[in-house]
Design a protein around this ligand. Structure first.
Ligand code: NAD
Length: 499
């Protein structure tokens, strides 16, 4: 079995802690590699290498830093298929979906090419007699990032590309479930001209995360993953005086109004609910049809679509709808939640529990499930399932549907399907959720806008990518400057307004 490595100072480094985790091929259930779990001292040496390399990188002019990103984009396009194959092999998602994972990261790298413009400061000429005032955006130094398994290309790029282009060094701790693509990205960045040490990849578990949190050298922490871990990292990072942004779990509702195009709504729900086996933080996991007539019409259309979804390994061809879930534990947890839904009285209108694929019996596949008559007290509603399970919660009015989405503890994404502009506008204005779709089921903003939820889906106050990323990875310094003549007049003892 292959042993993976850390990536430090431009070199591949074997793990020295003696601790490893298995990396599976979810389609076959086989362990295909071992990933080393870094010790505290290994993380500390990655941080030290980053700190040594960072000042020269920060002093490199921003246009040159942007050119590294330009070349990185070219290399990502060159190696798209190789990256997608490695990603599918460890994650399980289909190849088109894996290419989308790389592509959505690449688009943030493209956005970062504009950093010289985005980092420009502010200047006030003659703020007082002979006095100019200007603000600059300077890098933080060494930044840390901890990423989840479900987008092993996109989310690391969302973090390290803006951090690096702003002149920081970055220490990434990717998910231990699918670490190969982040390691490949580090290789490509060095090939693109990034100085060694500016991107360090340390693999590991909580020990590595805690080493990042405890290091006085690390100035900021970005985290994406589940809410309990997000809360822990936010609290620990803030207590250690770091700038922290943590993005957590989700439960995304799609409201379907009686006037919606029901076929369009059903198509949207199937893609958004079951794509990537439901392992997306922006997956729609709850459909909220308004009125029993709407619910009946919607469910009637959903059932045949859900029953005919094609589930298989990424090697089975590009027309597969989704693949296995990431681990045997995830598979068992999802099936356990399905059982709880049945036990608590929800109606399982598409039952995927018997799903099995010849030749892949040991793979971590979960069939597609559709529940109707789900109520908000059930576990399948309250918990993030992160699997191919869509719940239908029937509402009797628009206000009730809006209230259901608003009362949920998560606030990542939501959508409304309607032909009525007034209803859509009211929904977009009032709902307490960070990303809203109008007849768009997965409203993931493009790279030049920002991505982030509300409520328990986020801890911290700046979003990912877009202009917020430049703000997060820089700090402002404001200089007030006065040149010669006035200074000759002697000291000044009063704190003056600039009048
Ligand atoms: P996870 O929280 O289990 O792991 C995320 C990262 O944290 C990994 O690198 C992991 O090694 C590390 N980690 C796990 N337990 C830890 C602990 N106790 N202490 C310190 N570090 C720990 O999440 P996951 O299963 O990899 O990803 C799925 C979750 O991520 C879902 O909840 C999903 O909604 C969420 N997610 C959110 C967004 C968003 O932008 N809001 C995007 C993608 C995924």
């Amino acid at each position: 079995m292959q042993d993976l490595y850390h990536y430090m100072n431009g070199e591949r480094l074997n793990g020295g802690s003696g601790r490893f985790g298995n990396v599976f091929n979810p389609a076959t259930g086989e362990a295909q590699a071992r990933v080393p779990f870094a010790s505290k001292s290994e993380v500390q040496s990655a941080i030290a290498g980053a700190a040594e390399a960072q000042p020269a990188w920060a002093a490199t002019n921003p246009q040159r830093r942007a050119r590294v990103m330009m070349e990185f984009v070219r290399l990502l396009n060159r190696d798209m298929d190789r990256l997608a194959e490695a990603l599918s092999r460890e994650h399980g998602k289909t190849l088109p979906d894996a290419r989308g994972d790389v592509q959505r990261g690449l688009e943030v790298v493209e956005f970062c090419i504009g950093a010289p413009h985005l980092m420009k400061g502010e200047f006030t000429d003659s703020a007082g007699p002979g006095i100019d005032m200007y603000s600059m955006r300077q890098p933080l130094g060494v930044c840390g990032g901890i990423t989840p398994f479900n987008f092993p290309a996109m989310i690391p790029m969302w973090m390290f590309a803006p951090a690096i282009v702003c002149g920081n060094a970055f220490v990434l701790k990717p998910s231990e479930r699918d670490p190969s693509v982040p390691l490949m990205l580090a290789d490509l960045l060095v090939e693109a001209g990034l100085p060694k040490g500016i991107l360090q990849v340390v693999n590991g578990d909580r020990e590595a995360v805690d080493a990042l949190l405890e290091s006085p050298t690390v100035q900021s922490i970005g985290f994406v993953g589940s809410t309990p871990v997000a809360e822990y990292i936010y609290a620990a990072g803030c207590a250690n005086g770091k700038r922290v942004q943590c993005f957590g779990g989700a439960k995304n509702h799609m409201i379907v109004m009686p006037d919606a195009d029901m076929d369009q709504a059903a198509d949207a729900l199937v893609g958004a609910g079951y794509g990537a086996a439901g392992e997306r933080c922006m997956a729609v996991s709850v459909a909220v049809p308004v009125g029993d007539g709407t619910a009946d019409r919607l469910v009637e259309r959903l059932v045949p679509r859900v029953e005919s979804l094609k589930i298989g390994p990424y090697t089975a061809g590009e027309d597969m709808d989704f693949g296995p879930v990431v681990t045997a534990e995830a598979q068992q947890r999802i099936l356990g939640l399905v059982e709880s839904g049945v036990a608590q009285g929800a109606k399982l209108v598409v039952d995927g529990r018997g799903f099995s694929l010849q030749g892949y019996e040991s793979g971590f596949f979960v069939g597609a499930h559709l529940f109707d008559h789900v109520t908000t007290d059930m576990d399948i509603y309250r918990k993030e399932i992160f699997g191919p399970v869509l719940s239908t919660v029937r509402a009797q009015s628009y206000e009730e549907a809006l209230g259901i989405a608003m009362d949920n503890e998560y606030g990542n994404g939501t959508a409304i399907f309607t032909r009525d502009g007034d209803t859509a506008r009211d929904f977009a204005n009032r709902v307490n959720v960070g990303m809203v779709g109008v007849n768009v089921p997965i409203p993931v903003p493009l790279a030049y806008h920002t991505f982030g939820g509300w409520k328990k889906s986020v801890f911290g106050d700046l979003n990912q990518h877009g202009p917020d990323a430049i703000r997060f990875y820089t700090r402002t310094k404001t200089v007030t400057s006065r040149w010669p003549s006035g200074l000759k007049e002697g000291g000044e003892f009063h704190f003056r307004a600039m009048d």
